[in-house]
Design a protein around this ligand. Structure first.
Ligand code: ARG
Length: 301
């Protein structure tokens, strides 16, 4: 109930600009031995490059291919596939998402219940011009400290059944490798979530430009209003009335670096309402979890 209350409203708007971006090379090759090394190598080499970067300023629908790491996570166990969360491609075989997308008392899908779509734009159309990939999930890794009652450590990784090859529309997002806080930076969140609180999910991918704020400010805004805390491992961002909302959970909040590459700094986690002036969107702060993410992506267990 509380979760419901927390989950609502408005998504997506706005600008983003980027231009002349280097071309992507073709998929890697090499023996199985080289593969591990090369896989990592080409992730770092190619991550965060969005060749079809935004051309619309002030729009709120994404350009097809604008977020080539964006993943739609679908539940298939009740007949027709239903998008319920977002995620991001972080290497050839792993999708970063929110723990609450896959691990709650009354919602605990098995890998076989999930399908991930990559290179997707309009989830209700087969002719959106993109060659959408539908990939099954082999294994779900939930952060060991994820706690549903406190909404703490809200992240999970889906290991895909197949490795995917990168191409200009299929690019992993970069992960932050330093301790930058990103406070005051402008960031972009993307997803197929509802476009107004309590409304319907969007069939096309949308984006919103939001500003990252200091944790202390966010903490003051939420003080006493929720049983959850704003921890160091959270990141808050807002730009009312633009915000992530229901079904955007698990999706990436990205920041563009001076080199034009995009780094994921947050995972959509929770908020009171959506786009409410008083309450920023709350994200899992990726830089707090790099070691855990690496521990999953670098093993085959
Ligand atoms: N909990 C929501 C979901 O499951 C996401 C909420 C994000 N809310 C916000 N105001 N930013 O999809």
């Amino acid at each position: 109930m509380l979760l419901r209350l927390l989950c609502f409203l408005v998504l997506m708007s706005l600008f983003s600009s980027c231009s002349a971006i280097p071309r992507l090379d073709r998929p890697r090759e090499g023996s199985a031995d080289e593969e591990v090394v090369q896989t990592k190598g080409d992730v770092e080499e190619l991550c965060g490059i969005a060749p079809n970067g935004a051309k619309i300023v002030g729009g709120n629908e994404a350009v097809p291919g604008e977020f080539p790491w964006m993943a739609g996570i679908f539940l298939t166990n009740r007949g027709y596939p239903r998008l319920f969360c977002g995620g991001s491609l972080i290497d050839h075989q792993h999708i970063l998402t929110a723990a609450h997308c896959v691990n709650q008392t009354y919602h605990r899908p098995q890998p076989a219940d999930l399908v991930v779509r990559l290179n997707e734009f309009d989830i209700s159309s087969k002719d959106d011009g993109l060659d959408t990939l539908h990939v099954n999930v082999e294994k779900i890794f939930v952060h060991p400290l994820w706690n549903e009652k406190e909404f703490k450590d809200d992240l999970a990784i889906l290991r895909l059944e197949q490795e995917v090859d990168f191409d200009p529309n299929l690019v992993p997002v970069c992960l932050p490798r330093g301790d930058e806080t990103f406070t005051s930076k402008s960031a972009t969140v993307s997803g197929w979530g509802v476009t107004k609180e309590g409304g319907r999910a969007s069939s096309t991918l949308r984006k919103a430009s939001v500003q990252i704020e200091a944790n202390e400010d966010c903490l003051l805004k939420y003080d006493g209003s929720v049983p959850f805390q704003i921890l160091e491992s959270n990141l808050c961002a807002s730009n009312p009335p633009r915000d992530a909302c229901q079904n955007d959970s698990g999706g990436p909040l990205v920041v563009q670096g001076d080199d034009e590459r995009w780094t994921q700094v947050g995972i959509v986690s929770w908020g009171i309402g959506c786009g409410d002036r008083r309450f920023p969107g709350v994200y899992a702060r990726i830089s707090s979890y790099i070691d855990w993410i690496d521990s999953i992506t670098q093993t085959t267990n």
